[in-house]
Design a protein around this ligand. Structure first.
Ligand code: SF4
Length: 373
């Protein structure tokens, strides 16, 4: 594989570009950063301002396309410390919706950086290794045609959350316990690892007095940012209970996961149902990643449209009769005993969800307004 300048993992440059790496933490240790100083010292005001911008931009554009103004030209120390400060900020709200949004945006920004015009495949390999994955340069190709080779356990760990059909193991050539991917796809797989790594790092533990001072200073900004999250972002991870999914919704999700096409009506029904059942926006968007025509921007736009309808109440999920009329009732796959789908009084997938959860001993989900019962 041709080399375009070997990155030096652990250097301030790489730490500034990928501040979530262990190398960045070591770099911070090296300068003996005092958190009190980061919070209070005028010397760190530029880093704090950039940190606020990192969170602000994540809320405004989670695609990772937008870069906080001045971030790329800022001194490396400010870039690294702005990340640290941003992570403190997103850890403050009791709900982790803001943190999740920020993690997605930072992971996407990292992908963008890994695949930028003057990047090299070696940088992707170096970053993956720094994160603890067993990755090596692939067997052939040069520059943008280069391949990156993952050990099977590393590939499985990284690709498990991905719903895009092309990343399923069944579509990969596994040779001698390794999976090779084109460089850009390798960076995409790694993006998921970065997102998971970031998610595991929030909320940051901080002592009560530090949290209180930070809240005093940044409370207004955080309230504005949380209020700016799209409807459905702030519900928290536990609201949706996949165990209660009716066969129709379960099958539609699996169709997407298998890379099969799902009609427009099916896609709408699934998003409307998941929203009513408490799934947050990112979860709903992720459900569509396996679609053969998946486009992140279009999916986010359509999901937002469904979630924001009627002041955030969302659309009413279709009833059983509508799903049956559209060939999307899969009652024969109902494994509830006695079969809930066989009950003529069921009427809607939402009723199935409520009854199934009740049978499983889960608390009654709130009945959202506008939901057919
Ligand atoms: S009967 Fe209703 S809940 Fe059951 S699979 Fe068919 S549409 Fe879904």
């Amino acid at each position: 594989m041709a080399v375009r300048g070997t990155p030096v993992v652990g250097s301030a440059t790489l730490a500034a570009r990928y501040p979530f790496l262990p190398g960045a933490a070591r770099w911070i240790e090296g300068i003996s950063l005092n958190l009190e100083e980061l919070l209070e010292s005028p010397a760190y005001a530029p880093a704090r301002a950039l940190g606020r911008d990192r969170v602000r931009v994540a809320v405004q554009d989670p695609s990772g396309e937008s870069i906080p103004p001045g971030l790329e030209t800022a001194p490396e120390v400010d870039r690294i410390l702005s990340f640290v400060y941003a992570r403190f900020l997103v850890s403050l709200p009791p709900d982790l919706a803001l943190a999740r949004r920020w993690c997605v945006a930072e992971a996407k920004a990292a992908w963008k950086s890994l695949t930028r015009r003057d990047a090299s495949p070696e940088e992707t390999v170096a970053l993956a290794r720094e994160m603890g994955y067993e990755v090596a340069e692939g067997s052939s190709g040069t520059h943008r045609g280069s391949l990156v080779s993952f050990s099977l356990p590393s590939y499985l760990r990284l690709s498990a959350p991905l719903r895009e059909a092309k990343f399923r193991l069944i579509h990969q050539l596994v040779q001698k316990g390794r999976v090779e991917l084109p460089w850009k796809d390798a960076a995409r797989v790694l993006q998921e690892g970065i997102r998971a790594h970031l998610l595991a790092s929030v909320p940051v533990a901080m002592d009560a007095s530090l949290a209180s001072r930070l809240r005093d200073r940044e409370g207004t900004l955080l309230e504005t940012l949380v209020a700016g999250l799209p409807a459905g972002s702030a519900r928290g991870p536990g609201a949706f209970d996949a165990r209660g999914l009716p066969p129709c919704m379960r099958e539609m999700r699996q169709m997407l996961e298998r890379g099969e096409n799902l009609s427009h009506f099916g896609r709408f029904s699934l998003a409307a149902f998941l929203h009513k059942a408490g799934a947050d926006r990112e979860y709903i968007v992720d459900s569509y990643r396996g679609a053969p025509d998946f486009d992140e921007g279009i999916t986010r736009y359509q999901v937002d449209h469904i979630l924001q309808h009627d002041g955030g109440k969302g659309y009413t999920p279709p009833d059983c009769a509508s799903l049956q009329a559209n060939g999307l009732c899969f009652r024969e796959r109902d494994d509830s005993r006695p079969s809930l789908c066989a009950d003529p009084a069921l009427h809607s997938p939402w009723n199935y969800y409520r009854r199934r959860r009740k049978a499983l001993g889960a608390p009654e989900p709130p009945t959202p307004s506008g939901t057919s019962t």
